[in-house]
Design a protein around this ligand. Structure first.
Ligand code: TPS
Length: 465
């Protein structure tokens, strides 16, 4: 494999051009996949780790009749606010005048920080803006490979209607992901993109309900999450400061090192800073991410079920109308938190055991945030017909995740009418507009873009957020 890459590389313009990757870099690329699940959804895409073994293809003698996708954008650079914090930590290290020891020794060897252009903050990683021309983890390539996989899985649904309308929020990286996806579908399909505003003024007509929810308070349950011990962060700082006298790293710096590790892999293809952590530390970091998201964007915050109901309601309506609607594939691109909110209302990753701040609940723990929404996350709703019966089920990041209370159908799917009963029970008592106080920011109280895109051209201004 390595020699293949190497010979291709030597023949490529890269070898004759400015950047000649070092052999040592080549050897590192692709060796860090095992830690992606521990990096809070900031590392490159990975399939859902706890696959139950149920094939994601339509079961024997069944035919797909509709598919819906809610996807996250692909691998990206840090946000502006995370970038600011990362630079603070990086400046501490880059201003250290002595030789580094231990796991930071790689900084002695002409290391260049992976954020080389501030304009890249918030944006997808691409072949163009990667730090290393061999980076296999760009958001661009992820979206393109995903599109080819989509065609292989669901291409039949496009056969009678090669016009395809795709939906994306107005976040630039989300939009770009949808564009890359569309590009890779190829010229057999006439795909158009509708860019749906994610400003609060869009109200309920949004794929990003979180931004239209002024009632949402990120710290509503910080009394629970703040109790999580940061001893593991202190230990990292202490260890590095002991090896490197005078460095003075703090717990906040330790926390940033995990982000550095994750984002650098998406920009460079590998990251030496990842070697700083022990496996225990990775697990403690990862659980903190689960805990904090559980209480800010997941089942631990009752308001989130209302937030997610905006999209879940619409997806159920699309399922019910699958025969009348010409379009059989509904593809929507958005942010991680919006997908978490949606999944919380669907109820796929809520076993009713609240996550706690005192210990890692290894056995009672289905809410793994990064498993649900890694970069490039893809949540599919499948509707298929077998004989005269229709069934519904979910495929999250390539794994079929059954609705346990409704999985009697083929491939552990839920019989259509039972699914609508299930959905109605999940949606009972929820009201996005009222619970979120949407009317204080917008007079739009229903989601219509899946039904009126033929008459309304959605082309919201792109935002770098
Ligand atoms: C309910 C609710 N939850 C969170 C937020 C804030 N928010 C919106 S997108 C995003 C992360 C970017 O994700 P990605 O990396 O997928 O673009 C965050 C933190 C909100 N406004 N409402």
């Amino acid at each position: 494999m390595l020699s293949l890459i190497l010979s291709a590389l030597l023949a490529s313009p890269v070898a004759q051009g400015l950047v000649v990757p070092q052999l040592v870099e080549l050897q590192k690329i692709g060796t860090q996949d095992d830690i992606f699940p521990y990096l809070a959804g900031d590392a490159p895409y990975f399939s859902y780790p706890n696959d139950y073994g149920i094939p994601r293809e339509a079961p024997e003698s069944c035919e797909m009749t509709q598919v819906q996708l809610i996807a996250r954008h692909g691998e990206r650079y840090p946000s502006k606010s995370r970038g600011r914090k990362l630079f603070k930590t990086w400046y501490k290290l880059s201003n250290y005048t002595k030789t580094f020891n231990g796991s930071l020794s790689f900084l002695n060897d002409d290391y260049e920080f992976f954020i080389q252009d501030l304009d890249n903050l918030e944006q997808e990683t691409t072949l163009e803006n990667s730090v290393n021309p061999l980076n296999p983890y760009t958001g661009e390539m992820d979206a393109k490979l995903h599109a080819r996989d989509f065609l292989q899985q669901y291409g039949n649904l496009l056969e009678n209607n090669t016009n395809l309308t795709v939906f994306a929020t107005s976040s630039r990286r989300v939009h770009d992901t949808a564009k890359y996806f569309i590009d890779a579908l190829g010229s057999d399909y006439n795909a158009t993109l509708q860019v749906i505003d994610e400003e609060p003024s869009a109200g309920a007509n949004t794929i990003s309900a979180g931004y239209s929810c002024p009632a949402w308070n990120e710290s509503a349950f910080s009394n629970i999450t703040d109790a999580y011990s940061d001893k593991y962060l202190e230990n990292i700082a202490k260890r590095l400061n002991k090896q490197n006298p005078g460095l003075n790293l703090t717990s906040s710096d330790s926390f940033m090192l995990f982000s550095w590790c994750a984002y650098e892999i998406s920009a460079r293809g590998y990251s030496d800073i990842c070697d700083v952590f022990t496996q225990d530390e990775l697990i403690r970091y990862s659980y903190y991410d689960d805990l904090s998201n559980y209480y800010s964007d997941g089942p631990g915050y009752p308001l989130i079920k209302d937030v997610g109901s905006n999209l879940f309601n619409a997806t159920v309506k699309l399922l019910k109308q699958s025969e009348e609607l010409d379009q059989k594939a509904w593809l929507s691109f958005t942010h991680d938190t919006d997908i978490l909110n949606y999944l919380t209302t669907v109820g796929l990753f809520d076993d009713g055991n609240p996550l706690n701040a005192t210990y890692v609940p290894f056995r009672d723990h289905v809410f793994h945030k990064s498993w649900q929404v890694p970069m490039g996350a893809r949540v599919y709703t499948q509707k298929f017909q077998c004989s005269n019966e229709s069934y519904v089920r979910y495929v999250v990041n390539d794994a079929v995740i059954p609705i346990e209370s409704c999985s009697s159908g083929p491939g552990f799917s839920c019989p259509e009418d039972d699914f609508y009963d299930y959905a109605a029970s999940r949606l009972q008592g929820l009201n996005f507009a009222a619970a979120c106080d949407v009317t204080s920011v917008s007079n739009v109280t229903s989601l219509t873009y899946y039904w009126d895109y033929n008459t309304t051209n959605y082309n919201a201004t792109l935002l770098d957020q």
